[in-house]
Ligand binder design. Structure first.
Ligand SMILES: Cc1cc2nc3c(=O)[nH]c(=O)nc-3n(C[C@H](O)[C@H](O)[C@H](O)COP(=O)(O)OP(=O)(O)OC[C@H]3O[C@@H](n4cnc5c(N)ncnc54)[C@H](O)[C@@H]3O)c2cc1C
Length: 472
């Protein structure tokens, strides 16, 4: 048995685990990442980064890498496949970046390697136990003693199951299939570039849907189809070529010629949320903590933002800099956000019509969604731009994200590259804490404020500048 020590063991090298490991490594934490797969499959469930995720990656200089690997910039998001532009949000990234999940993972793993951390592939977590001082993690012939364990091991998380946490929510009735299909030539009427969510999804009969997204390679498309009313007896049954062919014919007619089905996978429309995100020294993040139907393109984005919320808090705890409740605030903040996402997914599911009455309701909702206020509300929800964490203060800035803005030193986002806190102040002010970088600026996005203290994840802690209640 090989014995190792670490401060944190991250289980799972999906987007959540890789983002978390990057955050921990940036803060100087000794982190080990275990991944059961010997190599990345190169396959992608998710295809997008939402505006808030783009901002979060920008805070760490990771966005250009993602942009380099992206294949589309999509002007709008969607709510129940009703396009909702991001206009009205004060963001430098009012778009979805079309990028395969595998490329997000590759970019994050590349940065992690630059920080000196290698993912231990072919290492499946098989057992763990915890005591007052730490966690003992077993992965085959490897035993690691660490202070914390974080399960980023996906929807079927063995970490969550071992903790005996309930994973409740809404039991769906239907299912979907995602398939990457190469056609012999462009199917009739198919878009050749992904620029908007308009007309991306159509519906044949009640409860059914077929979506088409052109990918990077010519004639390669993500075909998503399903039935919200019927589910096959075995959701893990392999997707047959005939199923895909039928959906393609329904969407494009018999002229569409499939050259190859690169990958196909079935998914459910269940929604589930873990009862807790932290039990002693073991935490959950990403799909291990919440799973749902991929409506609106939110799951991967939620996971990356979980990681961004947890990383600096865990690092502060390990460095003895965290106030008593800081680490617990991870669950309070992120479980609340996940619960809101699950609600918006349920609302989107309700807008897939299965009766004439619902058809009328959807038509009405589609009209309402052309109103700028409604678009703003919906796009804020699916993009993550509307997140506001609870604080003691009532000022509208408190708890919200800092919109990126130009300062004399460059954009404000550049001040966060090292994962530090930032005090933005209009008047000369000493740093309230060794972890806080002070930047004097002539203007703030809220003209009535003199200063704002911003957390390492880009959310406004307070408008006083005090680290009390956050750091010791
Ligand atoms: C069809 C489909 C389309 C989707 N489209 C979108 C989209 O467009 N936008 C979006 O934001 N989201 C989308 N999602 C959701 C998104 O794919 C997930 O939310 C995302 O993969 C979650 O990332 P994660 O890192 O938390 O988990 P995962 O990606 O599941 O990664 C978990 C990792 O842990 C590893 N692992 C598991 N168990 C162990 C163990 N015991 N030991 C070691 N390693 C282990 C796994 O091998 C895996 O690499 C989609 C999902 C589906 C099904």
């Amino acid at each position: 048995m090989q014995e190792l020590t670490a401060e944190v063991v991250v289980v799972g090298a999906g987007p959540t685990g890789l983002m978390l490991a990057n955050e921990l490594a940036l803060a100087g934490v000794d982190v080990q990442v275990l991944e059961r797969m010997h190599e990345r499959t190169g396959l992608s469930k998710a295809l997008n980064l939402q505006p808030r995720t783009a901002e979060v990656l920008d805070l760490r200089r990771l966005l250009p890498r993602a942009q380099d690997r992206s294949f589309a910039t999509v002007a709008d998001g969607h709510f129940a496949v009703i396009p909702v532009p991001y206009t009205g949000w004060d963001t430098r990234h009012p778009y979805q970046l079309g990028i395969p999940q595998a490329e997000v993972e590759a970019a994050l793993e590349e940065r992690l390697a630059e920080q000196g951390v290698r993912v231990r592939r072919g290492h499946e977590l098989t057992n763990f136990s915890q005591d007052a001082d730490g966690v003992t993690v077993i992965a085959g012939d490897l035993r690691i003693r660490a202070a914390y364990l974080v399960g980023c091991d996906g929807g079927r998380s063995s970490v969550r199951k071992a903790l005996n946490l309930s994973f409740e929510g809404i039991e769906g009735q239907g299912h979907g299939v995602a398939a990457d299909v190469l056609f012999k030539s462009t199917p009739p009427g198919a878009p050749t570039q992904w620029r908007s969510m308009s007309n991306m999804v159509t519906s044949g009969s009640p409860g059914k849907f077929i979506g088409v997204i052109p990918l990077a390679e010519p004639n390669l498309y993500r075909i998503s189809f399903g039935d919200r009313l019927n589910r096959p007896p075995n959701l893990r049954a392999e997707v047959t070529a005939e199923e895909v062919r039928q959906a393609v014919t329904e969407r494009f007619g018999p002229e569409a010629q499939i050259a190859e089905i690169r990958w196909a996978s079935r998914f459910s429309d269940d929604s589930r949320l873990a009862e807790k995100y932290k039990v002693g020294r073991v935490l959950l993040a990403g799909d291990a903590a919440h799973t749902h139907f991929p409506a609106g393109g939110q799951g991967l984005n939620l996971g990356i933002q979980d990681a961004m919320n947890l990383g600096w808090k865990l690092a502060a705890e390990l460095n003895n800099r965290a106030s008593a409740a800081l680490l617990d605030s991870y669950e309070e903040e992120r479980r609340t956000v996940a619960s809101q996402v699950l609600n918006n997914i349920a609302a989107q599911n309700a807008l897939v019509p299965t009766t004439p009455n619902q058809l009328a309701l959807r038509a009405l909702f589609r009209d309402l969604a052309t109103l700028p206020e409604v678009q703003h509300h919906l796009s804020g929800m699916v993009s993550g731009l509307d997140i506001r964490y609870k604080t003691e203060e009532t000022h509208p800035a408190a708890g919200t994200r800092l919109p990126d803005f130009p300062t004399a030193q460059g954009y404000a986002s550049t001040l966060f590259h090292k994962g530090n806190w930032v005090l933005l102040t209009k008047t000369p002010t000493p740093s309230p804490h060794t972890e806080v970088l002070v930047a004097q600026v002539p203007h703030l996005p809220w003209p009535d404020l003199q200063r704002i203290l911003v957390r390492p994840d880009g959310y406004i802690a307070n408008t006083t500048g005090s680290t009390k209640g956050w750091l010791t």
